[in-house]
Unconditional design. Structure first.
Length: 151
């Protein structure tokens, strides 16, 4: 079940990223970020009111260190950066580049926090990056060839 949910999350992230990027093209990057989080607030309120019997008390918030709450700020930065990049690079790169960043970052976090080093993850991330660079160069040559032919 959790694998299916993770897969669904991946699909929804791609759709959300593309939709947010297109919205930002129409109304501006900062307005796109604001609308993204306004819609998120509305969705969160609907969710909270629909499961209000299961909402924990605010006292439980004291159990988490303050820096755990920085995820929201990082989320704003992520949406902002995606809103800038989506109109300028193909969707496949929008998916693969963050994936490579996630793989390599998770390897660093695993190493420093769990004392685990995964050569496979690092090698896989590097291979993805090399393949992406190669693919980008092939795409660029293809585009240049067609630009010359169109003249």
């Amino acid at each position: 079940m959790y694998i299916g949910l993770a897969f669904s999350t991946g699909i929804s992230i791609v759709f959300a990223t593309i939709l947010n990027g297109k919205l930002a093209q129409k109304i501006g990057v900062l307005n796109g970020v604001m609308m993204n989080y306004l819609m998120g607030l509305i969705a969160s309120l609907i969710l909270c009111f629909s499961v209000k019997d299961h909402i924990p008390s605010f006292e439980i918030l004291n159990l988490a260190p303050w820096y755990y709450f920085l995820g929201g700020f990082i989320g704003v930065a992520v949406v902002f950066l995606f809103n800038i990049t989506v109109p300028h690079i193909p969707a496949v790169y929008i998916v693969i580049l963050p994936f490579i960043g996630q793989m390599l970052t998770s390897s660093v976090i695993d190493y420093f926090y769990l004392d685990i080093f995964s050569k496979g993850k690092v090698i896989g991330g590097v291979l993805f990056l090399v393949g992406l660079i190669y693919n980008a160069r092939v795409d660029q040559k293809y585009e240049n060839k067609h630009v010359v032919e169109d003249r």
